[in-house]
Design a binder for this molecule. Structure first.
Ligand code: ADP
Length: 675
């Protein structure tokens, strides 16, 4: 029997961003005091503002702050916290940290160090699972890492194979190898990523499942040895092995298969005396459909997952509350039968990232101009965020902005609600993957439930083509500039923000010229005229007349041919951003005094979007390249990024060579006009 339950009164959250805020939200409902820790970069962060107390733990780099066990333990002791929640990432799966907490008499919200150790390395975990009767992907996970042995084993498995860093996570350290000749290069790349990101270059080789679905089971264990599952999540929509869309339950799964996978997951948890929240990840071979498809254990994550909200929405349970209760020593709140009865409907989550899908998913850093995580949303939806307008997305941490989640009676209802939520959640100030997510959710195959891990790569033509900018957009941008100016004038005149929010009527005769620079670098002039009947804008080849223009907050609306239209806008001296249901556009305003395509920073000059290291040049000076051709590969934010040419032209100059460290904004390559 376990010890008597111990009430947690003050909880330190050893994390940042959305998960720190998520954990604090539950603490607030339970009346538990919260302690935040923060690095220098996070002193104004949302998680710090939300906490009852906050402790500064060092410089921005995670290795000097969020990952330093001594600093976290000190913070817990000085604030008198009786427990620590690690969130995900950082120290969440670090057995040394778990042991330190135990030694200091601080409750660690998570499993024991022994459970973590059992699952820490993918190879050892696979062996353990085989012994527990849980099926694993056929492959090699032996000690001998010589090229000869790996080559021989890969041959035995049969190509194509998947190489994985045993310590890998988050999709890093994995390489698909199609044929024997490519094996050495694949091994080198996976090993390099394993060493750089996890300090462990050891690899395993698996059979590559050609048409897989990623289906994982949420499990929970308590100190009395009980274990249950809270159903599955389908996380098959992935890019480079990273989850993009997650949902529960898995579309099209039969009750028998759900039972079989649930049983296997509970067996996995019991095999390691699991306590707390965990996820058992399976890969399902759906080459012949989902019915009775073979499923294999991939790994177990010994923490709360990013995608836990979809499980919360279908079960109506608060998993952080469960974690706290189990850590206090209480038995599991519900039995398997009770969970089965409570579960209903469907939930879908998307991960909104600061990255540019139309430019190789390059992470984008900078200040968030517009984003309101507290905006009132439909009752069946939820936004989990760790940032708000004015916050920085920096190179130091994961560039996730928020998770958007929606529930519905049916899958179609949930997907529809999520699309609406995305449409009503504009983010301005940096590039995001919102339009890409929207296109994925609207794709007929996704809507039909035909999900698999190859979905995104096989629909790149639709998902990843840059949005088309039309002349009409510049006309709307001109209206936005005018409306924005009126709003500012009104606010200055009255010093009363309500005067501006009241809307304004444009009734003074007025006309002016506004200049933009098109994507192609050309000058586009818009004339704007205000009359008693409304606003008339026109360019050389298109005209638009609207009336009743209103700008309320960031929402611009006007009446066109009898109908009111609404669009989110943001206006600065340099740009106008327009966000409608399907597109996020940033249109460049033309500099007053010249500039344009001949600028050094014109479209042909590519600068480093963030600090990083150049790994390889993919072209040479003098090469003719087409728009989209790879120019170089750099490593930034621990991921390899391919920088592609923004236009057709000739490579005129490289500003760096392989091996160089480059800083944010430094010139990487110039592509000049073709002669
Ligand atoms: P990580 O720990 O980096 O998340 P996983 O082992 O969980 O790595 O795998 C991540 C993703 O990679 C899976 O969701 C799946 O899409 C893909 N994957 C993993 N193993 C295989 C395999 N043997 N065949 C095909 N795809 C795989």
């Amino acid at each position: 029997m376990s010890d008597a339950p111990q009430k947690i009164r003050k909880l330190l959250i050893a994390n940042r961003g959305e998960i720190a805020c998520r954990v604090m939200a539950t603490c607030q409902t339970l009346g538990i005091k919260t302690v935040a820790v923060y690095s220098e970069a996070d002193k104004n962060a949302l998680h710090v503002a939300m906490a009852d107390e906050a402790v500064h733990i060092g410089p921005p780099s995670a290795s000097e702050s969020y990952l330093v066990i001594d600093k976290i333990i000190d913070a817990a002791k000085t604030t008198g916290a009786d427990a620590v929640h690690p969130g995900y990432g950082f120290l969440s799966e670090n057995p040394e940290f778990t042991d330190r907490c135990a030694a200091e008499g601080i409750i660690f919200i998570g499993p024991s160090a022994a459970s973590m150790n059992a699952m820490a390395l993918k190879g050892a975990a696979k062996k353990l699972m085989t012994d527990a009767g849980v099926p694993v992907v056929p492959g090699y996970h032996g000690e001998d890492q010589s090229l000869d042995v790996l080559t021989e084993e890969a041959g035995k498995i049969g190509y194509p194979v998947l190489i994985k860093a045993v310590a890998g996570g988050g999709g890093k350290g994995m390489r698909i190898v199609e044929k024997a000749a490519d094996l050495p290069a694949g091994i080198e790349a996976a090993r390099r990523e394993g060493e750089n990101s996890f300090g462990n270059g050891k690899l395993l080789i698996e059979k590559l499942i050609q048409k897989p679905r990623h289906i994982e089971l949420q499990v929970f264990g308590d100190r009395d040895g009980n274990a249950v599952h809270l159903f599955e999540r389908d996380c098959s929509l992935q890019r480079r092995h990273q989850k993009v869309v997650e949902e529960a339950p898995a579309p099209g799964m039969s009750a028998e298969m759900r039972r079989a996978m649930g049983d296997a997951a509970v067996r996995a948890a019991q095999a390691i005396d699991y306590v707390g929240a965990g996820t058992v990840e399976f890969i399902v071979d759906v080459a012949n459909g989902l019915d009775d498809a073979p499923f294999y254990f991939m790994e177990m994550n010994t923490r709360l997952q990013v995608e836990h909200p979809v499980t919360e929405m279908i079960t109506g349970q608060d998993l952080v509350e469960w974690q706290i209760s189990v850590a206090e020593g209480h038995p599991l709140p519900l039995s398997q039968d009770e969970i089965d009865v409570l579960t209903h409907g469907h939930a879908v989550e998307v991960r909104l990232y600061a990255e540019d899908p139309f430019n190789g998913f390059l992470p984008s850093i900078g200040t968030i101009g517009l984003f309101d995580p507290f905006a009132e949303t439909a009752p069946n939806t939820r936004i989990d965020a760790g940032v708000r307008a004015g916050d920085e997305v920096s190179i130091h941490y994961d560039p996730m902005i928020a998770k958007l989640i929606a529930w519905g009676d049916s899958r179609a209802d949930a997907v529809h609600a999520l699309t609406e939520l995305l449409a009503q959640t504009p983010v301005i100030g940096l590039a995001t993957n919102r339009d890409f997510l929207m296109r994925a959710l609207k794709h007929p195959e996704f809507q039909a439930g035909d999900v698999h891990t190859g979905f995104i790569p096989s629909h790149e033509d639709i998902l990843l083509s840059a949005p088309v900018v039309e002349t009409r957009d510049y006309l709307v941008a001109a209206i936005a500039i005018l409306a924005n100016r009126h709003k500012h004038d009104a606010m200055q005149a009255t010093d009363d923000p309500w005067a501006a929010l009241d809307g304004f009527r444009l009734n003074l005769p007025h006309s002016e010229l506004l200049k933009f620079e098109t994507i192609e670098g050309e000058l586009l002039i818009v004339t704007l005229e205000q009359t008693a009947s409304g606003v008339h804008v026109k360019s050389a080849d298109e005209a638009l007349s609207v009336s009743d223009v209103m700008l309320s907050g960031d929402s611009l609306s006007f009446v066109k041919t009898g109908k009111r239209r609404q669009i989110f806008v943001s206006v600065s001296d340099e740009n106008v951003s327009l966000i409608d249901d399907t597109r996020t556009l940033t249109l460049k305003r033309h500099a007053r005094d010249g500039g344009g395509s001949d600028d050094a920073d014109g479209p042909g000059t590519i600068v480093a979007p963030m600090p990083g290291k150049i790994l390889e040049l993919k072209a040479s000076v003098g090469d003719a390249v087409s728009k989209g051709d790879a120019l170089l590969v750099m490593e930034a934010m621990k991921m390899e990024q391919t920088i592609t040419s923004p236009r057709d032209g000739i490579v005129a100059q490289f500003g760096a060579k392989a091996g160089d460290q480059v800083s944010d904004g430094s010139m990487l390559v110039v592509v000049s006009d073709p002669e």
